[in-house]
Design a protein around this ligand. Structure first.
Ligand code: EPU
Length: 420
C-alpha cells in the first residue's frame, strides 16, 4: 500500500534525537556473513527498507537469519541453497553485487541479473568485475546478467581506476579467503569500510590498511563467528544537524560519531551555523542568518555526496550565491527542480553543477521523492516551508531512515503518515 507524509511546515523544533546504526555499514556486514559457517550476531541494526530487503534476499539463498532482541539478528550461512540471486530483489537493492565477493570466495560461483538501487545515475559494475577477474574469477556476461565462477581465488594486485566504496568492500571480501596476498590500491577510505575490516579481523581475517588508499589482505583458511555492533550512521547524523540548522532550532543529536563528519563541521563554521561537538553528540544552536559557500562532493574524507541534497536545502536559506559540484553521481541534482517549485532559486549549469541563490522562502506543495537522499532533503524543505506539503512514495525515505516521522514528531514537527 502506498504511503504519504502530510506535513504542516514552519513549526518550531527542539529536543534530542538519536542516531540509528549505519545503513551503509550494516548492509555489508550481513553480506560478509557468507564468509563464515559459524554464527554471527549483528546488533544496532536500523529497521529500514534496504536492510529488510537484503535480509529477504539472503534468506532466499538459504542463509539462516533470526531476530535477536530489540535491534539485533543472529545469522548463519552454513550452507547455501541457491547460487542464483532473486532477480526482483537484486533489481531493488544495489548492494546485491557485493555478494559476488564472498560467494566466489566460499562457494566458487554466483549468478545474478544487473543490480538496481537509486535513480542517481548509471551505476555500472565494471570495477567489481575487473577486480574479481584479477583475483581469478571467470566471467560470462549475457543480456540478462552475469555468471561468475572460479576454481579458487588467488591473491593479486588490483589498482582501482576510480575510487568505489562497494567495489572496495566486495574485493576485500573476495580476498579474505583467497590463496596468498591481495593488495588493493586507490581503495575507498570510508569509516564503514574501516568498521567492516575491524570486524573481519576480529573473526580471523588478516587485513591491513583500511582507512588508507592501500589495503593488504593476507588470505586465511577460515572466518570465525563473532558479534558486530553497527557504528552510528554518519549520514543520518549530518542530516539531522542540517535539519536543525535549516529550521533554526536547538537540537541535540546523540549516539553519533562527530569525528566522521569533519568536513561538514568546517562548512558549518564557514556559513555561520552555531554548534558544539562532544565525543558522541552534536548540539546545534539556532542562528538567524547564514552565508553562502561553494561545495564539492568527494570520496571520504571529503564532503559526502549523500549529504549534498540536504546541504543544498540549507543553502537555499543562506545569503548569496552557492556553487555546488556533485562529482560522484551524475543523477543527483535533479531533485533541485522540485525545490524550485517550492520557491528556491537554483540554476542547473550541467548535470554536475548547480548555483543556489539565497535566501528563499519555501512554500509547501505536493512532492514525489526521487531517491532516498533527495527524499529526506525534500522532507527538510517541507518542514521549513510555509504551509502544507504532501510527500509521496515515502518508501524511498524508509529505505534509509527508520520511522522518521515518529522521531521528528518528538522534536515538534507536524507530520503524519497516511496510506492511500
Ligand atoms: N562506479 C563505476 N563502476 C563501478 C562502480 C562504481 O563506474 O563498478 C562509479 C559510480 O557510478 C560512481 C562512482 O564510481 O560514479 C563512485 O561510486 P561508488 O562505487 O563509490 O558508490 P557505491 O559504492 O555504489 C556507496 C554508497 C552510496 C554512496 C557512495 C559514495 C553503499 C551501499 N552505497 O555507493 O550510498 O553515495 O558509496 O559514498 O554503501 C546512499 O546511501 O544513498 C548511497 C547512494
Amino acid at each position: 500500500m502506498a504511503e504519504k507524509f502530510l506535513i504542516e511546515g514552519g513549526k518550531p523544533l527542539k529536543g534530542i534525537i538519536e542516531v540509528k546504526g549505519a545503513k551503509n555499514a550494516v548492509l555489508k556486514v550481513f553480506i560478509a556473513s557468507l564468509l563464515s559457517d559459524e554464527e554471527w550476531v549483528i546488533s544496532n541494526v536500523p529497521e529500514i527498507g534496504d536492510v529488510l530487503r537484503e535480509i529477504e534476499l539472503l534468506k532466499k539463498m538459504g542463509v539462516k537469519i533470526e531476530k535477536k532482541g530489540k535491534d539485533g539478528y543472529k545469522i548463519k550461512a552454513r550452507e547455501i541453497k541457491k547460487l542464483e540471486l532473486d532477480s526482483d530483489l537484486t533489481h531493488k537493492i544495489r548492494t546485491s553485487i557485493i555478494l559476488a565477493g564472498p560467494m566466489l570466495a566460499r562457494f566458487g560461483e554466483i549468478k545474478f541479473t544487473y543490480p538496481g538501487g537509486c535513480l542517481i545515475g548509471k551505476r555500472p559494475i565494471d570495477l567489481f568485475l575487473e577486480g574479481l577477474i584479477a583475483l581469478g574469477a571467470n566471467l560470462k556476461e549475457t543480456k540478462e546478467g552475469v555468471y561468475l565462477k572460479t576454481n579458487g581465488l588467488r591473491g593479486n594486485v588490483f589498482v582501482f581506476p576510480q575510487v568505489s566504496v562497494t567495489a572496495t568492500e566486495c574485493l576485500i571480501m573476495a580476498a579474505v579467503l583467497a590463496k596468498g596476498k591481495t593488495i588493493l590500491k586507490n581503495a575507498a577510505m570510508e569509516p564503514e569500510i574501516v568498521s567492516l575490516v575491524e570486524f573481519l579481523n576480529a573473526c580471523g581475517a588478516k587485513i591491513k590498511g583500511a582507512g588508507t588508499p592501500i589495503i593488504e589482505i593476507e588470505g586465511v583458511k577460515k572466518i570465525e563467528g563473532g558479534h558486530y555492533i553497527t557504528i552510528p550512521d554518519r549520514i543520518e547524523a549530518g542530516t539531522f544537524a542540517i535539519l536543525a540548522a535549516a529550521s533554526q532550532s536547538e537540537i541535540k543529536i546523540v549516539n553519533c560519531e562527530p569525528k566522521h563528519l569533519e568536513v561538514l563541521w568546517s562548512i558549518f563554521k564557514r556559513i555561520g551555523v552555531k554548534f558544539k561537538l562532544g565525543q558522541d553528540y552534536i548540539l546545534i544552536k539556532p542562528v538567524k542568518s547564514l552565508k553562502s559557500l561553494n561545495v564539492v562532493t568527494h570520496e571520504y574524507p571529503g564532503f559526502p555526496t549523500d549529504l549534498q541534497p540536504p546541504l543544498t536545502v540549507l543553502l537555499t536559506q543562506a545569503k548569496g550565491l552557492s556553487l555546488i559540484r556533485e562529482t560522484v553521481f551524475e543523477g543527483r541534482l535533479f531533485y533541485t527542480d522540485i525545490l524550485n517549485q517550492m520557491g528556491a532559486n537554483i540554476i542547473m549549469c550541467d548535470p554536475h553543477r548547480i548555483v543556489v541563490q539565497g535566501p528563499s522562502r519555501l512554500y509547501g506543495r505536493k512532492i514525489f521523492s526521487p531517491d532516498i537522499r533527495a527524499g529526506i532533503s525534500l522532507l527538510i524543505a517541507a518542514l521549513i516551508a510555509q504551509g502544507k506539503s504532501v510527500i509521496e512514495n515515502v518508501e524511498q525515505i524508509d529505505r534509509g531512515y527508520e520511522r522518521i516521522e515518529e522521531r521528528i514528531k518528538k522534536l515538534g514537527a507536524d507530520i503524519k503518515r497516511v496510506s492511500d
